[in-house]
Design a protein around this ligand. Sequence first.
Ligand code: PSV
Ligand code: MN
Length: 431
Amino acid sequence: MTKHIIDAAQVEQHNASQRAALQADYDALGGMLSRRGVDIEALTAKAQTFAVAVPSWGVGTGGTRFARFPGKGEPRDVTEKLEDCAVINQLTRATPAVSLHFPWDKPTDPKALRQQADELGLGFDAVNSNTFQDQAGQAQTYKYGSLTAQSKAAREQAVAHNIDCIELGKTLGSKGLTVWVGDGSNFPGQHNLRGALERYIDSARGIYAALPADWLMYIEHKLFEPAFYCSVIADWGTSFAVAQTLGEKAKCLVDLGHHAPNTNIEMIVARLAQFGKLGGFHFNDSKYGDDDLDSGSIDPFQLFLVFNELADATLRDSAFSPAYMLDQSHNVTDPIESLMSSAVEVQRAFVQAALVDRAALAGFQEANDALQSAQALKKAFRTDVSPILAMARLRSGGAIDPVAAYRASGYREQVAVKRPPRAGASGSGIV
Ligand code: PSV
Ligand code: MN
């Protein structure tokens, strides 16, 4: 029996107050969709299958390099982070897994952590290694890189940390390792560009060799920051080349914020899917760079276009199932509210993409009818599928309006009392 952090009766009370209005909206949308030949019940059932993992670091308040303004009742360790993640899943029913980041979330007792997750109805998605910061007592510095460092000892230390992450992940029931490094250079000439990538591949082979047979290694690229002249794994081309070189279990991970402005991310998705190397996503939104804003808050159409490619890829290969994770920083909102809203926005794009009339679209494309092709996508994107999402949540035991139910529960006020700030706490959402 799953332990609910928020009293189930409170959620039920919230749902009771909204149920009639939802039913009316759902029926109206159902009528409209049926005139388009779409069965709303099939879409709702599909929405219920959707899942996106929550990043443990996302439940803490983030910050910029100028300041961090801590929020009330922030989780101070990994067990408190799991409690917050459980609230998100209890209300949205779309986030059954958590993505941990080591050593931030390194448990003293991994088995006990797994048991806590089990009790809360949570599982563990990919684990993330951190070689972009020095940790207290660490022998070698990553100031000049980790997997690509000139120093052999630093490289070996970074490989060993990734292998530790795999070991921890095995105990927790995880099935993947996400590797993102900040390695790169700030000056032309600082690195031999080719030499740095050669060192990366050599180190990555050491990690890859330690992967269990049923695990994947996700290579995450990022255009810039902290390296401002050149990042070693800067783009999908490099990520793809590395994944190809390493082997079957290595795949590319697309973080939506890790591209130059105006990059056609949906095309990258299509390319990686075509060649069997699309491993997963870190969802967030951005206006300028790697802003880590809430998913769908700036450019929901782009998110829809990404899911449109994913829907196309799934039609071609029903076994295709990339890993979905959020990766955001919450600086001015309650992180639980932001993560719930983001999970719903990603789920919205998933459902809207399922609404695209693919036969009609193919016909317009064949006839070179650019205008109608674009309209076929817009028609799906413009459809407000909110009642479907709310009904899916209700039927799965969640809240019709997760943010309203959360606010009514008083959870944040309660944890603010239970979790006074503690020195050395590891709860902050660092980006
Ligand atoms: C780097 O910007 C990143 O997107 C990577 O996924 C990190 O693991 C995460 O953010 C947290 O710093
Ligand atoms: Mn990321």
